[in-house]
Design a protein around this ligand. Structure first.
Ligand SMILES: [Zn+2]
Length: 167
């Protein structure tokens, strides 16, 4: 089991931005000046060193999964040669959306430091909070239905016989 329990909170005050958050902000500003997507930048940090960077490139790549966190995770995995970012932390300019939070958990990142909240994102027109509301059972953004489970369970039984990694 991967362990990464941060013992210290990174230093930052109103007058002095933490250097990792400053790098995430630099990514975000680069993205908006190139008109590649929303004002979101992220860095992945391991042992005090930035190992991955990214900013929102949804518009540039015509790909709704290219959020800043996803791009930073992809960059870190590429740089480190692994899908497992155990021991890494993520600094991001805004609270991760449910997709990015899922990717963060799949990557085994155990600490995230974010600047703006999901409510700040809603204030400038982004839908993160509505997606969280579906997860909390408060609204329906997408219909989610169990369907043809028996046929799909056969697939699982085949996979269960193998020793493949659960990824
Ligand atoms: Zn996201």
């Amino acid at each position: 089991m991967a362990q990464n329990n941060p013992t210290t909170t990174p230093s930052s005050t109103a007058n002095s931005t933490n250097s990792f958050m400053a790098a995430a902000l630099d990514e975000a500003y680069a993205g908006i000046s190139a008109q590649e997507g929303g004002p979101f930048g992220s860095v992945v940090v391991k042992d005090g060193i930035i190992v991955g960077r990214g900013h929102n490139q949804v518009l540039h790549n015509q790909d709704p999964t290219c959020h800043g966190e996803m791009q930073a995770i992809r960059d870190a995995c590429n740089n480190l040669g692994t899908h497992d970012l155990s021991g890494c932390e993520l600094y991001t300019t805004a609270e991760p959306c449910p997709m990015c939070l899922g990717a963060i958990m799949w990557a085994n990142i155990k600490a995230v430091y974010y600047g703006c909240t999901r409510f700040d994102s809603a204030d400038i027109g982004f839908r993160d909070d509505a997606f969280y509301q579906q997860l909390e059972g408060e609204t329906t953004v997408v219909n989610l239905s169990e369907f043809d489970r028996e046929a799909c369970l056969e697939l699982f039984h085949v996979y269960e016989q193998s020793n493949a990694s659960r990824y």
